[in-house]
Write a protein that binds this ligand. Structure first.
Ligand code: NPW
Ligand code: ATP
Ligand code: MG
Length: 329
């Protein structure tokens, strides 16, 4: 073996060992800072030499009669974090509503058409990451279409963030994400319990959140899982991280959508940077940690200004300043 290849293999082994040994440790302030440093290392520099699209083209699959806010929050957050283009694939009825929230989003009214999987499939080769679920709803036809789109994204090797009703779909059919190395699941408390029962056959052990998240991740074939809560617990089958960045006590709807949209971009950046850059935690762990820290920081900053009246729209206004503060200063 050439010396260079030998060194690279050795560095790879050391990384796996370092991760395996750190999985049972708590995540201290020092660890938080070193993980934030890893996030900083995946952020692409803003230079004049790039063309539109290079820093990310993200798709969100969701948006139906009842829910138009959730896909908007996810898609606009992806843009505000730094993606160049953000697409929403929603139902015909939801499209004009979502378009009217923002001229910045590209909105495709295709999700309830009989041709949905082919129509979205045409766009997939141009997308760097797909967020499946915010505002999708639980209509059988929409879930079947989301399933077809998810399968096409996997076939194309596209990173997928699965949230909200996308997690409902995965709880019905865990095989959809089983072993896919570019999948991240972002369950809230209820979604996590539902997934654990579906995959492991029992409710999670509430006294051992780290163990519960690690077990679910491993049972799904080392898919990255982010359990949101008072602290966010993140596992990739090998290592467990915790994000306890100060947030706020406001629990208004939509904060999870901000997180999943941000994660779409960060997952793309992290996978593009690769494990050499993240040095220690896997790229998707670093991306997930970054999205959690950012969401919580947005919540904190918005709450300082608006207190009890804070809503997710106020948090989205903080994405730029919060991002600079955490990852650029
Ligand atoms: N503006 C919009 O368009 C938005 C749309 N959204 C979209 O809505 C769709 C449904 O998503 P969802 O998250 O509301 O799930 P759902 O299964 O109805 O469960 C909700 C119930 O679960 C519970 N619960 C929740 N958290 C808990 C906790 N930590 N600890 C304990 N219990 C907890 C709580 O139950 P309760 O307290 O009422 O008994 C709550 O009422 C999905 O498409 C999503 O994207 C949202 O993104 C928001 C913004
Ligand atoms: N008790 C808490 N204390 C502090 N932060 C929290 C708490 N619960 C959740 N969060 C934070 O709020 C964000 C969204 O998590 P949440 O559990 O509300 O998601 P969700 O229910 O999916 O939201 P959405 O309303 O968008 O569907 C995450 O960044 C998480 O860290
Ligand atoms: Mg949610």
């Amino acid at each position: 073996m050439a010396v260079g290849a030998g060194c690279a293999a050795l560095r790879g082994c050391l990384r796996v060992l370092k991760r395996a040994f750190s999985q049972h440790k708590g995540h201290s302030g020092k660890d938080m800072e070193s993980t934030l440093q890893s996030v900083r290392s995946i952020v692409p520099p803003l230079t004049t030499g790039k063309h539109k699209g290079q820093d990310g083209r993200i798709g969100v699959v969701g948006g139906c009669r009842e829910y138009t806010g959730a896909p908007y929050f996810a898609a606009i957050s992806a843009l505000k974090v730094g993606a160049d283009l953000s697409h929403v694939f929603c139902t015909q009825e939801a499209a004009p509503v979502i378009k009217s929230y923002s001229p910045e989003l590209i909105v495709h009214p295709v999700l309830d058409s009989p041709d949905a999987v082919r129509a979205v499939g045409e766009w997939l080769p141009r997308l760097h990451a797909l967020v499946v679920g915010p505002g999708l709803g639980r209509d059988h036809v929409l879930l079947e279409n989301a399933k077809g789109i998810l399968e096409a994204a996997k076939a194309g090797g596209i990173p997928v963030v699965i949230d909200a009703d996308g997690l409902w779909l995965v709880a019905q059919q865990p095989a959809l994400v089983q072993g896919y190395p570019k999948a991240v699941l972002t369950p809230n408390h209820v979604e996590f319990s539902r997934l654990s029962e579906a995959v492991l056959g029992e409710p999670p052990d509430g006294r051992d959140r780290r163990g519960a998240v690690l077990r679910l991740s491993q049972a799904l074939g080392n898919v990255t899982v982010v359990q949101k809560g008072e602290r966010d617990v993140i596992a990739d089958g090998v290592q467990v991280l915790e994000c306890s960045q100060e947030g706020s006590s406001r629990r208004c709807g939509g904060q999870g959508d901000l997180l999943s949209g941000s994660l779409g971009v960060l997952a793309h950046w992290a996978l593009r940077a690769g494990p050499e850059k993240t040095d220690g935690p896997s790229p998707l762990l670093v991306a997930a940690f970054g999205a959690c820290a950012l969401t919580r920081q947005c919540s904190r900053q918005a709450f300082q200004k608006h207190g009890r009246s804070t809503t997710t729209t106020d948090m989205i206004a903080e994405v730029g300043p919060a991002f600079s503060r955490l990852f650029e200063d």
